[in-house]
Design a binder for this molecule. Structure first.
Ligand SMILES: [Zn+2]
Length: 450
């Protein structure tokens, strides 16, 4: 609209000027260097206008000619980059598809066409990995480490190589470096935790657990359980190093976090016993017993008096029993103490009630012990033992990851290396296995005999 308006105005001015020249005719004479030119005023004005327009056109053409090489070069480099990116994309696709040949070829092509080392190096590294050339891949990753924009990617590549080579120390170093760059990245936190646990770097693992919980990778319950597991292991190591105060304090932290977690209570009770605080140990077990009765707790509890007298043991067993009379474990502890004190009738009464209600393998074997002890009745004892063998397995420390039955609880399965997988339960697989009475071997799913 504005353009049209200006055109009309320009045309108006031109017509007005033309009319003015026609209405006011005149002539012009130019004298210069001995020449003389004579012409109409209108013709002169027209000639001047033509010269101005021609000069403007010539100037434009001249500029275009001067700029031509640059724009041709620009176009050429643009097309080169386009081809480079195309090679890069196709190379990535080839890597994803596992096409070794194309991946290497396209990687070289992208490298020649593109001046973008971060991208082409990554493709080259991946192509080399695909080719099975780990040392070449490592070289590319090492070069990528030097640039801040590719450092994280390189760490991931080198880390997965170290993990494949089972070089845990190097892997942890790389994972911790990656965590320094991006502390909240889930795979970084997971890898750090996994390696710290595997290398028994418990203090660092504790920090990783906090990070994992903050990043939402584990819920509050899991975090608490795993932190407790780590504290128990730290306490064990402190005790092994004869640092008893630290061992006791760590065990106490563990029970503080999980008051009903048997391995934690066992640890603290053991440390209290070791540091000559039997009354505190007894109190701790008494507090736990009604909610988490466990044979190992009873074992510590009964020996706290350091008195081998069977009657003293029986009194302690009675105290424990009174805390949770309905608990099969209470009945079993009492019956064994009664057998030890040769209180046969009472023992039979306790065991009968137990076997009627919960005929566990241990209860049935205790019954056989009673028959032996009271009347040396081998036949009766044998029949109880046969019944015990056909009963399902008793609860034991079982790794939920590999099914192994372990003599003691630990944060890491000694068979498969899994973290936080050992629970007190009935081993499922053992139910389908015949019991040969042989010693359980590593990886065996049989419970320890007895
Ligand atoms: Zn396991």
């Amino acid at each position: 609209m504005r353009r049209a308006f200006f055109l009309i105005v320009q045309a108006g001015i031109a017509i007005a000027a033309a009319l003015f020249l026609v209405e006011h005719p005149g002539s012009v004479t130019i004298e210069w260097l001995g020449y003389q030119a004579h012409t109409e005023m209108g013709v002169l004005v027209l000639a001047v206008l033509i010269i101005i327009v021609a000069a403007a056109l010539f100037y434009r053409a001249w500029r275009a000619l001067l700029g031509a090489p640059g724009s041709i070069a620009r176009n050429r480099s643009q097309s080169r980059r386009m081809r480079g990116y195309q090679a890069l994309t196709q190379g990535m696709v080839a890597v994803a598809a596992g096409d070794v040949e194309s991946a290497s070829k396209l990687s070289r092509k992208a490298d020649t066409l593109l001046d973008e080392p971060p991208l082409t190096m990554l493709l080259a590294a991946q192509a080399a990995q695909l080719h099975g050339d780990d040392s070449a891949a490592a070289r590319y990753f090492e070069r990528m480490l030097e640039r801040s924009e590719t450092e994280f990617l390189a760490l991931r590549g080198l880390l997965s190589q170290a993990m494949r080579d089972d070089d845990h120390l190097r892997a942890l170093e790389l994972a911790q470096r990656a965590r320094a760059i991006r502390p909240m990245t889930p795979w970084v936190i997971r890898t750090c935790l996994e390696l710290e646990v595997r290398m028994r770097r418990w203090v660092e693992a504790q920090d990783s657990l906090v990070a994992a919980q903050r990043a939402g990778l584990i819920d509050a319950d899991t975090a608490r359980r795993q932190k407790t597991a780590v504290l128990i292991e730290r306490s064990r190591e402190a005790e092994a190093a004869e640092n008893l105060d630290a061992a006791q304090s760590l065990a106490h932290q563990a029970t503080g976090l999980s008051p009903l977690f048997v391995p934690a209570v066992l640890r603290e009770a053991h440390m209290l016993e070791r540091t000559e605080r039997p009354r505190q140990a007894a109190k701790l077990i008494e507090k736990t017993w009604p909610k988490a009765a466990h044979p190992d707790l009873a074992e510590i509890y009964l020996r706290l008096d350091r008195d081998e007298d069977p009657l003293v043991r029986l009194r302690r067993a009675e105290r424990l029993y009174a805390l949770a009379p309905g608990e099969p474990e209470s009945g079993l502890v009492l019956a064994r103490a009664q057998i030890g004190a040769e209180h046969w009738a009472q023992a039979r009464e306790t065991l009968k009630a137990l076997v009627d209600r919960a005929p566990s393998r241990r209860a049935l074997r205790t019954m056989a012990d009673l028959e032996h002890g009271e009347s040396h009745d081998a036949e009766a004892a044998r029949s109880w033992l046969l019944r015990a063998d056909s009963a399902g397995p008793d609860e034991a420390w079982v790794c939920q990851a590999c099914g192994s039955v372990l003599p003691v609880w630990s944060a890491v399965c000694t068979h498969c290396g899994a973290f936080d997988t050992i629970v007190w339960t009935k081993p499922v697989a053992a139910m389908h296995l015949p019991f040969h009475g042989a010693e359980p071997t590593a990886g065996s799913t049989l419970p320890p005999p007895g």
